[in-house]
Design a protein. Structure first.
Ligand code: AP5
Length: 187
């Protein structure tokens, strides 16, 4: 199964992706994690991406797509995957569509996790105290939410035209949200 997870920063995409992969035995591919890995490894790509991520802006489409292509060609992705954080704008959605056509793949589900902005701000503030992610400061979170509303929210409409979007309420406990997703994916 090939799944795209959509939703604002802090909506729970990463949390839920980790639970879905346990059930479906497919890899969780997070472009945010791939970028943070490149930063930790101090690669030229990582060093270029860090400044952009620390502002809460989007890293260039070409850089992210290049990383994603490499990851999707790994053996463990041959039976499906869950994409978290990609596509992040309509251009990336079109690039992914093109890539899927080249690889003769289809996307089965785009799940849109819906959480109010106040709740995501509270969740990220809590995470900032625990993990200290450099893009979890109040100003940067505000910018990430603006970027989401302007650039990423239209991706849902892109997939709605293909009839594969399901909205999932992302509030309540992690288990509540997981149960809603399980009902959609039927596993
Ligand atoms: P990325 O790493 O993708 O971050 P994000 O989308 O902002 O998402 P988050 O990780 O903040 O939130 P999430 O929805 O995964 O929620 P989580 O499960 O962690 O991107 C970071 C940056 O990388 C971007 O700003 C950009 O610069 C760059 N980037 C990444 N992809 C890119 C792309 N494709 N193109 C260009 N640039 C790209 O949960 C959040 C918190 O809430 C956690 O503490 C969690 O424990 C808690 N939580 C989860 N569920 C619940 C619940 N039900 N109740 C209470 N708390 C909960």
């Amino acid at each position: 199964m090939r799944i795209v997870l959509l939703g604002a920063p802090g909506s729970g995409k990463g949390t839920q992706a980790k639970l879905i992969v346990e059930q479906l035995q497919i890899p969780h591919i997070s472009t945010g994690d791939l970028l943070r890995g490149a930063i930790a490894a101090k690669t030229p790509l990582g060093l270029a991406a860090k400044e952009v991520m620390d502002r809460g802006d989007l890293v260039s489409d070409e850089i992210v797509l290049g990383m994603l292509k490499d990851r999707l060609s790994a053996d463990d992705a041959s039976n499906g995957f869950i994409l978290d954080g990609f596509p992040r704008n309509v251009t990336q959605a079109e690039m992914l569509e093109q890539l899927f056509q080249e690889l003769n793949l289809t996307l089965d589900h785009a799940l849109l996790i819906q959480v109010d902005p106040d709740e995501v701000v509270a969740r990220i503030a809590k995470r900032a105290e625990i993990e200290g992610r450099t893009d979890d400061t109040e100003d940067v979170v505000r910018n990430r939410l603006n970027v989401y509303n302007e650039q990423t929210a239209p991706v849902a409409a892109f997939y709605q035209q293909q009839g594969i979007v399901t909205e999932v309420l992302g509030t309540g406990s992690v288990e509540d949200v997981q149960a809603r997703i399980q009902a959609v994916l039927r596993f």
